[in-house]
Design a protein. Sequence first.
Length: 319
Amino acid sequence: MDEEFSALRRLDLNLLLTFDTLMATRSATQTAHALHKTQPGVSRDLAKLRHALGDALLVAVRGRFVPTERALALHAAVRPALLSLGQALTVAESFDPAQAEGVVDIGIAAHFELLLAGPLLQRLAQRAPRVVPKLHPVHGEFDPADLDAERQDIAIGLFAEVPARFSEKPLFSDERVAVMGPQHPLAGRRQLSLDDLENIRWFAYTQMHGRRTNFDRALKGTQRRMQFAAYISGFGNSPHVLMESDYATTMPAFAAALHRRHFPLVTCRLPAPLREITFRMAWPRRQDASELHRWVRAEISQLVAGHIESGLLKPPPRA
């Protein structure tokens, strides 16, 4: 299959749209008007296609283009393919979430669930009342098994590397911070050092126990480790534990801000290797064509965009 698509990978498919319109109009001027391009732009597209295929394709004769034999053969294949693709996209655009049914399994990092769950469930209830969102906890390194086994349709978390067999999208960036109660011995510190990491009693999420974590990756090469002294069942309990103990934990700054609306928690900056984090959304490529899943992913992206606009979240890094 790779050999079958190798020629397509080398070709800008937008050139085929220009070629199809040129075959219909036989005029660079009319093609430019139809595609909302400039005439020099159309000429450049044709030049690129000629170079890529090694054929003149369209020859100017008395002010109009005349197709070569290669152009006629190519157009016989390109035209139906473009029509078929256009029809498929038209169907996708007519998707009506109000009529959609099904369960969408969403793996989501515990902190992000605090921010996303309420608005997402409300949004889906209003726009797609027969779609049932089912949220699953995700933490630590990306686990492709859940997507491969179809236990999850979408996974959202701190994923450093996503295998090529999955599609992915960076959603937003943030800074990871240390969080503790006001009675903690280090509550007066504005920033922690690498040496401080090993002198604090940290707790983490139970699902992280015995697994490689983001912290292991971030601290690689520093000769430091994050040693967790306890694990709790869910991070929704974090503020209660922090207020009643001398433990500390880490979380994205947005999550700390949410908790601090209700609890007098203290935040400290972490050492540089642990600060910058990017949340990503990943899904199986088989879901690329699913109208329902594409729509749900778009709804998630729109909710995130709203939080970026409000300043609670930061835009993802540019590729």
